[in-house]
Design a protein around this ligand. Structure first.
Ligand code: 13P
Ligand code: SF4
Length: 306
């Protein structure tokens, strides 16, 4: 039997990445041992940008399905591997292309559809623009005010955007089960326990929670804020995987989860063994069919251009 210690697996993965001319991209919620060997860790916007820029022939995506799809949309000539086939995003599953088409038929003709990047490629293909948690307000502001906007699937991100733009926005009733579960009561409790801490929350949290937050940020936005802040204590209102990069980059600062139960099960499915297997077998390849890719790419490109 081979050496399956963490460091041995990490070495094997790094060696195979070199051999295959592959790059490993990991989301900020991934397991610490996966993040530690990634070529790049980031939020959804960072990861899409990295995917669009890399010269590597293979992208190993340690994240969830829609992220690998976005890489495939942007890099059709590269092989995009997702180590775990059923690592999905429950919120992305809350709207299908058929449901969005039906909704569009019910709305005014001139409505501009903005889809959160946490959607399937088919849903992006039905959308005018994409956005992430880092740029939703900017993307909405880029739309000519004469046109109404429909945002999907996250009702909490949409309500946050409505608060920060004068555009007219309606939205789908989807949500992230983990962020949406952070209650106002729990947020108040943790704030009372750490009165001097800066409370940072992700825009996928409920509006009442965001009202209590000092800062509303994407995952990479939180990492940048903590690094540049003189404050020593932070309450983190997002998936707990982010505590790893935050603590690693900021020795001497303390990070408290707003709720230790905010754990995205799908983000935790990918381990080192699965990542190694993906590189050994060059499976599971995620490839968006060309007709969908071309239409979805327009929405993603419009976002990247903003
Ligand atoms: P970020 O783009 O902020 O990393 O968020 C992605 C995500 O899935 C949040 O739940
Ligand atoms: Fe989807 Fe929520 Fe998991 Fe992010 S944390 S991938 S939005 S289920």
């Amino acid at each position: 039997m081979g050496d399956n210690s963490i460091s041995a697996l990490q070495d094997k993965i790094r060696n195979l990445l070199d051999k295959r001319n592959a790059i490993l991209l990991a989301h900020n919620y991934q397991r610490p041992e996966v993040q530690d060997i990634a070529d790049f860790c980031g939020d959804s916007l960072d990861l899409s940008m990295k995917a669009s820029e890399t010269d590597a022939e293979v992208i190993v995506f340690c994240g969830v399905y829609f992220m690998a799809e976005t890489a495939s949309i942007l890099c059709p000539d590269k092989k995009v591997l997702l180590p775990i086939s059923d690592a999905g995003c429950p919120m992305a599953g809350m709207i299908s292309a058929g449901q969005l088409r039906k909704k569009k038929e019910e709305m005014q003709d001139d409505v501009v559809v903005i889809s959160y990047v946490n959607t399937t490629a088919e849903v992006k293909a039905e959308s005018d623009l994409c956005c992430t948690s880092a740029n939703a307000v900017k993307v909405a502001d880029s739309v000519d005010p004469v046109f109404p906007i429909f945002m999907t699937p996250d009702r909490n991100l949409a309500q946050y955007t409505i608060k920060h733009t004068d555009r007219k926005i309606s939205y789908w009733d989807g949500y992230c089960p983990f962020h949406n579960n952070l209650t106002v009561e729990q947020a108040k409790k943790v704030k009372n326990a750490h009165p001097g801490a800066v409370f940072m929350a992700h825009p996928e949290c409920q509006p009442g929670v965001l009202e209590l937050a000092d800062e509303t940020k994407s995952t990479s936005g939180m990492i940048a804020y903590a690094a540049n802040s003189d404050q020593r204590e932070f309450i983190i209102g997002t998936e707990t995987g982010i505590l790893h990069p935050l603590s690693k980059a900021n020795p001497g600062k303390q990070f408290f989860p707003a709720d230790p139960n905010m754990i995205c099960t799908d983000m935790k499915k990918t381990g080192l063994i699965e990542t190694l297997k993906a590189l050994e077998t060059m499976q599971l390849e995620v490839k968006v069919p060309e007709d969908i890719r071309i239409r979805a790419k327009q929405a993603v490109d419009r976002m990247l251009a903003i």
